[in-house]
Design a protein around this ligand. Structure first.
Ligand SMILES: [Mn+2]
Length: 367
């Protein structure tokens, strides 16, 4: 981690807290916690106060993580609940009182209801609660140079895994064997799996998020693999669909349509385009080719410390894509009984255009 990255993020956060009149912010989502503290463990909480409440940074954890937090979270005072502090809700309310905080920002999307309820009961109306999810999303959506370098590296490793797994693919191997090979390759790269890989072949390819089974690969079918390396907390997300054997005319034609949709959408990417506009580029093309009803999911999503995050690229997304955000472009066509094809890249949105962080070819690969 760059020396001042956390301090810079905290400063940006505090400016937004002041603008939204949030005195203190209570965070528990692991990706948000990592983003603002560099902590890589679990079950830990940040309590951050605004300028007017003394600019305190508390890292609240339990004894399993105290030492790790002291090492990783240099910008924070590390406290142990049920150790030097009372149980969590009481601890948070007590610290808020000490700071003089009257409004507490919290993650409506992530906080367990029982914790929210006990915070409210404990504070006895001395705090008003404000949802702060969008504040964190706005910060995280634009990646800094350090994050982009990690994401680029995650994509490099993912490219290497793709070319290595292609050496392994042949008729007779099962989907589960391919999946296991992916896990081995992630490990060899010094990475872990971004998410449970999707490995589906033949008619099973019609399930966009199907899971690997004991089904063996057969000549004359597609194999779709959706996977990615996670490197230092940052995700990569790729999908390639390869053919086992020699494709017929229909297989080649449907592959061509998905690839064309992928290329058209990527060509339309630039900072300022709206999520729904970009989604429409791929969707309208697939629709004119007669397969609109076979492309059910959205075109893409943001990628970063979470595998799915803002900005979402769907027919409902009104968000303008900012420069230096990362998104996937992943059109697909799924035909029950026949199979499916998806081609997915992880790309960096630029002022003018985009950069595909993958080098893996998208031409139809026959193995
Ligand atoms: Mn994806």
């Amino acid at each position: 981690m760059e020396k001042n990255a956390i301090e810079i993020r905290l400063e940006k956060l505090r400016r937004r807290m002041s603008a939204q009149k949030i005195d203190a912010l209570f965070l528990l989502d692991p990706a948000n916690v990592r983003y603002l503290s560099d902590f890589t463990g679990e079950d830990s909480y940040l309590l951050i106060s605004s300028k007017s409440c003394g600019e305190k940074n508390y890292f609240i954890t339990d004894s399993r993580y105290t030492e790790q937090a002291a090492e990783q979270c240099k910008s924070y005072e590390v406290l142990t609940h049920r150790g030097d502090l009372p149980p969590l809700p009481e601890a948070v309310v007590m610290l808020c009182k000490e700071m003089g905080a009257q409004t507490l920002g919290f993650e409506k999307m992530h906080i367990p209801y029982h914790l929210y309820e006990s915070l409210q009961n404990t504070c006895a109306s001395s705090l008003s609660f404000v949802s702060a999810d969008s504040l964190l999303q706005e910060l995280r959506v634009v990646k800094d140079e350090w994050e982009i370098s990690l994401l680029r590296q995650a994509c490099r490793y993912t490219d290497q895994v793709f070319s290595a797994v292609c050496e392994f693919i042949q008729a007779g191997k099962t989907e589960k064997e391919i999946e296991w090979q992916l896990f081995c390759l992630f490990h060899e790269m010094g990475c872990s799996s971004s998410f449970p890989p999707i490995v589906v072949s033949g008619p099973r390819g019609a399930m966009p998020h199907g899971q690997a089974t004991d089904k063996p690969l057969q000549n004359g079918e597609f194999l779709t693999m959706d996977f990615g390396c996670m490197y230092q907390g940052y995700h990569a997300d790729i999908t390639r669909t390869v053919y086992i054997g020699t494709p017929d005319q229909r297989a080649k034609e449907i592959y061509r349509i998905v690839l064309e949709a992928n290329l058209r959408a990527e060509a339309a990417v630039k900072a300022g385009i709206r999520g729904d506009e970009l989604d429409a580029v791929a969707r309208e093309y697939i629709t004119t080719q007669g397969y609109g009803k076979n492309f059910g999911h959205s075109l893409g999503h943001g990628v970063g410390l979470d595998i799915h995050e803002q900005p979402f690229v769907s027919a409902r997304s009104q968000m303008l894509l900012p420069a230096n955000s990362l998104i996937t472009i992943e059109p697909g066509i799924y035909i029950p009984g026949w199979g499916g094809i998806r081609i997915e890249d992880t790309i960096l949105v630029k002022e003018e255009g985009m950069e595909n962080l993958f080098l893996s070819s998208k031409e139809l690969l026959c193995l």
